[in-house]
Design a protein around this ligand. Structure first.
Ligand code: SF4
Ligand code: FES
Length: 253
């Protein structure tokens, strides 16, 4: 079994009120088969054995599904590998002697909790402001009886792949949440079950996004580049159009 000897530069911070700093750890004898999070588990076990405080980081499914893992690896949210979450990153992508910088998502709307963990509840509040359908839409059988154009169904399902990880915000120099909000709005707005509430949804979600302190989108496409689910920035254009129509209809009502 091949082993790696690495140097980790890890952001440590007790809480949002205390200053943080980079701490250096030797990560010796890391199996090449380990995932990135398993590598951190090994390092944490050694820190605990030495009586230290383990590195706090978020994770849950470790399968790229839940959106909990949120590490910036060498300056890039989820690492430089495309189309994967950091829990799907494997140590075979590194070589012995590498130095790896590990930091949290950095955005005003994602306040730091501890070390590499941030509070992403702003996303929950955006969903609560409109990212749902109010009425019962029936069972799977009923849904299957509704004719939906294949192009619309595909676009909706592609948008629904968003796991709410927040990497798009972390990658954007404006800390814009437009890719997340546009995906969550699009997957409902595009379907007949979601379109009757489209205006209310779009106005509510965009206004909540602004209230949470996320920045404006200036078409840098960093969000699209780091998104582990490869959500398309076309959703942002769609949201801008829907928002303009909703604001106009609201003003005329
Ligand atoms: S759009 Fe992509 S990067 Fe942003 S929250 Fe959704 S899955 Fe994560
Ligand atoms: S831990 Fe669930 S997506 Fe990474």
């Amino acid at each position: 079994m091949s082993k790696l000897n690495l140097t980790l530069k890890v952001w440590r911070q007790k809480n949002a009120n205390e200053e943080g700093h980079i701490e250096t750890y030797d990560a010796k004898d890391i199996p090449i088969e380990a995932s990135f999070l398993e590598m951190l588990d090994i390092v944490n076990e050694r820190i605990l054995n030495d009586g230290g405080e383990p590195i706090h980081f978020d994770h849950d499914c470790r399968e790229g599904i839940c959106g909990q893992c949120s590490l910036t690896v060498n300056g890039i949210p989820h690492s430089k590998e495309r189309g994967i979450t950091v829990c799907q990153l494997h140590m075979r992508k590194f070589k012995s002697g590498d130095t790896i910088w590990i930091e949290p998502w950095r955005a005003k709307a994602f306040p730091l909790l501890r070390d590499l963990m941030v509070d992403r509840s702003a996303f929950d509040r955006i969903i609560a402001a409109g990212g749902y359908i109010d009425v019962r839409t029936g069972s799977a059988q009923d849904a299957n009886n509704l004719p939906i154009a294949k192009t619309k169904a595909d676009a909706s399902m592609d948008a629904a792949a968003c796991i709410g990880c927040g990497a798009c915000v972390a990658a954007c120099k404006n800390a814009s949440a437009m890719l997340f909000v546009s995906a969550k709005a699009a997957h409902l707005n595009l379907l007949p079950q979601g379109s009757p509430e489209k205006d209310r949804r779009v106005l509510g979600m965009v206004r909540q996004m602004d209230a949470e302190g996320f920045g404006n989108c200036t078409n840098l496409y960093e969000c699209e580049a780091v998104c582990p689910k490869e959500i398309s920035a076309e959703n942002i254009a769609r949201l801008n159009r829907d928002y303009a129509m909703a604001v106009t209809r609201e003003a005329l009502a």
